[in-house]
Structure formats: structure tokens, C-alpha cells
Design a protein around this ligand. Sequence first.
Ligand SMILES: CC(=O)N[C@H]1[C@@H](OP(=O)(O)OP(=O)(O)OC[C@H]2O[C@@H](n3ccc(=O)[nH]c3=O)[C@H](O)[C@@H]2O)O[C@H](CO)[C@@H](O)[C@@H]1O
Ligand SMILES: C=C(OP(=O)(O)O)C(=O)O
Length: 533
Amino acid sequence: MAAIFNPSNNLSYSNPQKPHFHSLRRAFPLALFSHLEKPQTPNQTSIPDHKLVVVGGSKLSGHVDISGSKNSALAVLAGTLCCSGTSKLHNIPNLSDIRTMVSILKSLGARIEASNGEMTIETDGIRSVEPCSDEVGTIRGGFFVVGPLLARFGEAIVALPGGCDIGARPIDLYIRGLRALGAVVELKFIQFLNARFHTIGRSVDAKHDNLDLWTINTSSIWKLIHLGQAVLQWNGKVHAHAANGKGLIGGRFHLDYPSVGATETLMMAACMADGVTVLSNVAQEPEVADLARFLTDSGAHVEGVGSRKLIINGRNWLHGPEYTIIPDRIEAGTFMLAAAITRSCISMSPVIPCHLSCLTDKLSAVGCKISHCTHDTLEISAVPANIQGFDVKTGPFPWFPTDLQPQIMALLTTCNGSSIVEESVFEERMGHVRELQKFGARIQVCGSTALVFGKEQGSALYGSHVAATDLRGGASLVLAGLAAEGMTEINGISHVDRGYENLEIKLQFLGADIKRLIHLPVSYDKKITLRAS
Ligand SMILES: CC(=O)N[C@H]1[C@@H](OP(=O)(O)OP(=O)(O)OC[C@H]2O[C@@H](n3ccc(=O)[nH]c3=O)[C@H](O)[C@@H]2O)O[C@H](CO)[C@@H](O)[C@@H]1O
Ligand SMILES: C=C(OP(=O)(O)O)C(=O)O
């Protein structure tokens, strides 16, 4: 399959018209909805990959411990680059994304020690402003280091980020925001063109290095690509330096969209810029506030935390503090939905209840009882067998979190009546639908909106062989497996391991019949055998 590259994809902010589905169930026949056609993406780290085997039907009960927030920890780890001395962090979750972030910081020269959720990070020995590209390219949070590196060292060279494959995920706001703080930022591509056949009169070298895609005008290359005879691959890197040759300067920047990562990156940069920075239309997610508190504890001056406007008085010196990461609201929400989908009663801690209001309001409205046993312990009792379906539209905090959309969709397949799930944050976060359909779920997708049919309309979950294609999509398959009749095998668990610490162990503890199997692909088996012989 040819990859057709549009250089504008990575820089332009796209805000396509989202379809409106008011009264959709009644107004449109089913035939108007199309299924997703997006091919499954391969596992990020698939050798060896693990699979989970779940036998559905068990009720859950008991208490589950919630880990530290993945997204907070990633941002705070990037934030330690702003700090001289040693930062001591508590409640760091043991996740593959965090291990990747640690490798990124180590590739810059940071000294890191970790054990049992505690981490010390010492950044005085940083000797590079270019983190390992392979690692940055696998997670979204790795790109956040561009802000602190630029602010502290006046220069940064950072590869384009990875993360879940859930849409375009451009970086235009980061780039424009850093420019507003006095940085010169360029996106450079090391480009590879792999032409497999040379049948249209002019051959193209199998590999071009350092080709500038912004000036490329080689029609034969594009023809090859369109004909499916060439594959264009590119490795993009952001090269940034302070325009005045010294450091960043305070400025004003309005984010067109309240991007979490762009807000965090610009906040870190502004904390060390010379003068005052005003960032407006910023993200209000709890993880952004957590990073702001970490920076404040390091000596930064950030006003407006939790609001749409941040006023940051830059300091040229921050010192590593001791800091505890907030609990992961997405993990807590996933366990609440695990209780709901199995019609069970469980408790969990620590949680910050106001971070979960949107989910608890929805679940309470359909008859689940949610109570706060203590200030940080929440109990959910989802015993009514018949939960009525409801509609969900994702949005930036305080709206419903996109990171719980796949999981709540799994629940809705087991409810009465039909429900509409509208994804408004990411353009292509419906990859789980095709897998949920393999359980027998009846879901129709049109663009970023899904119409989910409940039990009364023939939706019933039966154990199946499925594959996670992204982190939260993978979690939704685990939930469906818990509720399905019979056995489910979920492949692609490396996606889930990016964001859930010991998921199956925590579920086993609650009474679920779930186990992990290490799946060795044939080629891997062979390598082992060869080495052994
Ligand atoms: C590591 C991390 O913290 N990941 C979280 C972070 O991702 P991330 O920070 O990538 O998410 P953003 O808030 O930036 O993305 C939201 C929307 O903004 C768009 N956008 C973003 C940046 C930009 O420069 N231009 C632009 O148009 C994106 O395409 C997307 O449509 O917030 C998301 C939204 O809550 C969560 O789902 C992710 O779990
Ligand atoms: C989308 C997510 O993560 P990331 O931004 O790291 O891809 C997520 O945590 O659901």
C-alpha cells in the first residue's frame, strides 16, 4: 500500500466539521452509517507481545488501588528538565510509557534512580539537547521535552512524537507558541523514498536522504506514490533555538484549541523565559494543574492554575522539588466502568472525586450508586441488571474525557436502548469499534460518531478473539471480555501496558477470571531455538 504524504498534515490545525447526530436513531436508517475502514495498526513493541485471556461473567468485588497518573507523570518527568539539582517524585506508575520517558531523559544525560513508584531525577549533567528519536517517536509525552530544553539550554532538537494512533495529532500549537516566546522553530525532515518498481519511464533512487519535503516538486515521485509503486517514509525533527542566542522571552499566545500537551510544553518553557507570559485558552485538565503545582514547588510563578488563562512570571532558576503525582483518573474511571459492565460493587482509592465528576454524573443518572467512603475513596455499586443507555460526547476537561470513550462504549453495548457516542477531541478514535463488533456488539459508525445498540436491539457480548489497536481501545476490549459470555483472547496488550499498571492482577484481585499469556511469534521462537542450539 502506498503512503501518501501531505506535508501540511503535521503542522496545520484541522478542525473538520463534526457530524451532528441529534435524534439520529429515529431520523436515519442504519444503512446510512458506515463501518470504520481504517486498517489496524501494528503493535508498537510486539516482540514478544502478551495476550490476555478473560472468561466473562464473574462479578467483581473488593477494593482496588489506583496508580499515579500516566499523563501527569509524563509531563512532570519532562518538567524535571527545568530544574537544577534533584527532583524526587512519588507515585510514579510502573508503565511502559514511563520507562520510555525515563530512557528519553537518560539519553539527554539525566541521572535517574527508580524503585517502587519513587524516582529521583538529577539533570545537572545534561549533555545533549537531542533526545533519542526512536523513543520520542513511540510516545506523545516525549515531545514535551522541547519546551524545557529550549528554555533551559536555548536549543532543542526533538523528533516528532508518537502515542496512540487516534488521528492526526499535529504539533502546530507547540511550534507557534514557542515562536511567540522568541524561539526560531523549524521542522526538518530526513526523508526516505522507497521505490519498489520503476515502471513509469524514470527511475527514482531507492533512498534519498535529507530531502526537504517543503520544496519537493518531483512529480514523478508523486506519480509513483499514487500508483502504489513507492512508499514515502520520513523522519521529522523539530529544530528550535532561542532567536536572541540567549534564552526565551515572555510573550502572549492564544491556543486555538486547549491542547493538553501544548499547554504543558508552553507552560514549562514560559517558567524559565525572561519576563511575563500570558497563555490563553489553555487546557484545564487535572494533569496540567498537576504539572503547574510541580513547577510552582520548584520555584516557578504560575497564576490561574485550573482556569483558561495562565500568567507565568519567568524565573531563570528552578530547583528540583519533592512531589507526589495525582492518582490516575482514567484508570479509576476504567475500574468504575469495569464494575458497571459486570453489574458489580467495588471501591477504589486514592481518587480525586472531582476529577471524575463527568463519569460519576453519567453513571449515577442511570442508577449506579456512587458514594465517597472517605475524601479519596470512592465506591460504585452497579447492581441494577438493566442500565438504560445514554449519550456521551467527549471534550476538553471538564467535559467527558476522550480517554474513557472506548471503555464507556463497551458499557453501552450492555445497556438497554441505544446510545450515541460522539468523539470530538480526536479525529479517528473509533478503532475499538471493529473489535467490539467481534463480540457481537451492534455499533454503527459515521465519522467520529457511533450509534451503539443495546441489549434490547440484539446486542449481546460473546467471547471472541480480538486485538487492541490503542491503549484505551484495548481497555474497552478487556471490559467487554469481563461481561461477555465465554472466553475472550485479547492480543496487542503492549498498547494496554502503556497506560495500565498490572491491569490483570488488579482485576484478578477483584475476582475477575483473567490471565496473561506471553505470546511468542514464530520468528521469535526460532531465534530463541537458534540461540539455544
Ligand atoms: C501524554 C498525554 O498527556 N496524553 C493526553 C493528551 O494528549 P495530547 O496532549 O496529545 O492531546 P491534545 O490535547 O494536544 O489534543 C487534543 C486535540 O488537539 C489537537 N491539537 C493538538 C496539538 C496541536 O498542536 N494542534 C492540534 O490541533 C489534536 O489533534 C487533538 O484533536 O491529552 C489528550 C486529550 O485529553 C489525552 O487523550 C491524552 O491521553
Ligand atoms: C491517548 C492516550 O495517550 P497518548 O497521548 O500518550 O497517546 C491515552 O492515554 O489514552
